[in-house]
Design a protein. Structure first.
Length: 159
């Protein structure tokens, strides 16, 4: 019985404490750092006179112990390791992962942010304080997971 308890506790820590990135695509020589990788929320933001090659697609997901900025930073570092100098954020989702306990009620969504918002400006509407309400050192049951869908790009000047 005690062994099952510790396994369940370890699973809860793992689920809320990590950021997973699934990637399908090709790799190039790694860049020096994630700072060399630029985030784009719309193709309109690409620099003029450039060509964009899609290296692959990525899906980054994390629990309530991560903020959107922390997930984006991890995605930038991952992209740099794959040789991508650009990331096009296609959409950001919040996927329910459980039911709220009374002490987690503040995690409920704001009226200004829609769960199914697939617009390129979705991250601008995401309230950082929503994810910070549940940030505590002890393990918690997840209420939702944040999932970022993106394309990793190689952006180069037109010849």
């Amino acid at each position: 019985m005690m062994k099952q308890f510790f396994l369940a506790l370890a699973a809860a820590l793992f689920l809320t404490g990590c950021c997973n990135i699934e990637y399908t695509g090709k790799e190039q020589a790694p860049l020096r750092s994630g700072n060399d990788t630029v985030l784009y929320f719309s193709p309109d933001q690409y620099p003029p006179d450039t060509v964009q090659e899609v290296l692959g697609t990525a899906k980054a997901s994390a629990g309530t112990n991560w903020t959107i900025r922390e997930i984006q930073a991890k995605l930038r570092k991952f992209a740099a390791e794959k040789g991508a100098n650009g990331i096009l954020i296609e959409r950001i989702e919040r996927i329910p992962a459980g039911e709220a306990r009374p002490d987690q009620v503040k995690n409920l969504p704001s009226k200004t942010w829609v769960v199914g918002d697939n617009s390129s400006s979705a991250s601008k509407h995401f309230r950082e304080d929503m994810t910070n309400y549940s940030r505590k050192p002890e393990a918690q049951e997840e209420i939702y997971r944040i999932v970022i869908h993106a394309k990793l790009l190689n952006i180069s000047k037109k010849k």
